[in-house]
Ligand binder design. Sequence first.
Ligand code: NAD
Ligand code: MG
Length: 391
Amino acid sequence: MRKVSIFGATGSIGQNTVDLIARDPNTYDVVALTGGANIALLAEDAKRLRADIAITAYDDRLDDLRAALAGTGIEAAAGQAALVEAGARPADWVMSAIVGAAGLAPGLEALKQGATLALANKETLVCAGQLVLDTARQHDARLLPVDSEHSAIFQALVGEDMASVERIIITASGGAFRDWPLEALEHASLAEASNHPNWDMGQRITIDSASMFNKALEVIETREFFGVDPSQIEVIIHPESMVHSLVGFRDGALMAHLGAPDMRHAIGYALHWPERRDLPVARLDLAQLGQLNFKAPEDARYPALRLAYEVMDRGGLSGAVFNAAKERALDAFIAERIGFLDMACVVEQVLDRFEANPGLIDAQMTLDNVTQTDHLARLWADEAMAQRAGR
Ligand code: NAD
Ligand code: MG
């Protein structure tokens, strides 16, 4: 039996992972499931998959979780330390599907015990790419991409030499506002930003798709995962989300990965890698699709993309700054305290403030320094938002 754990099991990626694991109960021995406030779902899945332990991120929900698991023999735990401890529980394969920088520490712990880490949590590589890659190398652990674009690139590279790669083209749906007049973006509402044209995902990544912060994170994730130069990474708008990304080789060939927009493909590929197994995803009917469209992203519509390239140029801990400021600005947009376009302005202001304090960004990339930088960036994002509100 393969020992597996799912971090962020109650979320969108987590539930798709649970779906695949539950189809094959005799193959998997489920170790840990983690979740947040949805205790009923966490307990139900822990029982269904016969997990050893279920962990909620929230200390004050431990009693509820214990009550929901009473008499099952499944352990209950809560809080950040318990999440990290879950990463240390021996497992062969671990799904990293917590949202945000909170996914970093449990994922690092899983790498330290030599597990294969299936990485949906792109923030892990954005915040601490070098640290994560070094940790994997030191412990002979493997990272596999789950983000659909990175899974597509990874699949296009099977059997290829990285030296023959000329460029990587990441596709983007363009999000909820790709066809809106630019002037209207300022007043885009939370409900409007929370509605993705093609993918069914968690609320945070859906809003990040509308602002292209999601693609900005993915550009940085691509640089870290595949070790290419930022100048080799391009973004193209592809409204149908059927081509999941492309790799261009030095002989001019472009290898594209196509499929229906269903995350169970990328999750299943990482689960069964290096084999391919049957997956319950829809098959594309190209004749019915008829045509696919592509267009260049407009700079004015998507400032987040420009910021991503600045972050890559800057290097050091600026990825952690970028992500933390973005998370905080997104919190404020979700709380309807700032407008849609304010998010990029806040992130840029925080990046500029760090740029004026280069010692902070150039500190050594340890988990402690990443965590401290993350906290400071959130604080400075709050200050930037307070200033804007006061104007
Ligand atoms: P989601 O919001 O649906 O689920 C997030 C999960 O993390 C839930 O289980 C939640 O309880 C848990 N969680 C939230 N905050 C936490 C915290 N502070 N500490 C511990 N646990 C916490 O998110 P999602 O859409 O499934 O995305 C998960 C990750 O996968 C993100 O990094 C996202 O960018 C990435 N991703 C998602 C998709 C998708 O289709 N949803 C596609 C590609 C990549
Ligand atoms: Mg993606």
